[in-house]
Design a protein around this ligand. Structure first.
Ligand SMILES: [Zn+2]
Ligand SMILES: [Zn+2]
Length: 238
């Protein structure tokens, strides 16, 4: 079955913040609302900042029914203890440290260990394990406006991640959002990555977190309207 619709996305945690009362901090977390589900993608680097921003955005964390962790870096997992609840589904890679799996299991949450490409529920996909050194997964969600791909830090490479999704689903890509990990790249390299992502059919781009300030500026300049500026507090409907 092909599930379509729109998703509502709220940025909870990012290196920059917009809106009153929101705290910026190094890390990434975003909340996705589908018709009948609320999924938290990563949890930021500091539980206090996560709780603070949830309150500022008037989001009740008990409504989170699933948590997806992209990779086991501290700036993506440290907020976990304050959002874990019994009965939640928590999607981790099999390759993540046992300590993290035990932490999830001990709360009564249901640990789902991912290895390869997988449809988690209709229209929602994980890339499965990617990367040589740091193991990371990314999420792809089917919407009426194309696929939305969300990345944590994109350590395996943002182009590689998008390419894997494209190879599997062969569908238009409406938006790629998250950490693109380009802060060590010069302008020419960033432009080359933009060109590659465009050739894979990405329509709009929302780099944040570890993408790097100068890389984000290059995306903004090169893409004009197709650049989506986001930070903690941003809300998007796709
Ligand atoms: Zn990372
Ligand atoms: Zn990160």
């Amino acid at each position: 079955m092909k599930q379509t619709g729109t998703i509502e996305l709220t940025m909870l945690y990012d290196n920059t913040a917009c809106g009153p009362g929101l705290e910026p901090d190094w890390g990434f977390s975003t909340l996705l609302k589908f018709s009948d589900r609320t999924l938290l993608f990563d949890t930021g680097g500091d539980p206090e900042v996560l709780v603070h921003n949830l309150k500022a955005l008037k989001i009740d964390p008990t409504g989170i029914d699933s948590i997806f962790i992209s990779h086991a870096d501290w700036d993506h997992i440290n907020g976990l203890p304050v959002v874990l609840r019994p009965g939640q589904k928590v999607y981790l890679l099999q390759a993540f440290p046992d300590k993290l799996k035990r932490e999830v299991g001990s709360t009564g949450a249901e640990l789902v260990e991912v290895s390869g490409w997988q449809e988690l529920w209709p229209g929602v996909f994980t890339t499965g394990e990617m990367g040589d050194k740091k193991k990371e997964q990314a999420l792809a969600v089917r919407t009426d406006n194309g696929l939305v791909i969300i990345t944590g830090c994109a350590h395996p490479g943002i182009v590689q991640i998008v390419r894997r999704v494209k190879e599997r689903l062969k569908e238009p890509i409406g938006l790629v959002l998250g950490g693109f990990h380009l802060y060590e790249m010069n302008k020419a390299q960033v432009k080359e990555i933009i060109a590659q992502l465009k050739s894979l059919g990405v329509a709009r781009f929302a780099p944040c977190h570890c993408s790097g300030e100068s890389a984000i500026r290059t995306f903004a300049l090169e893409l004009g309207q197709d650049f989506v500026e986001i930070s903690a507090g941003s809300r998007l409907e796709v």
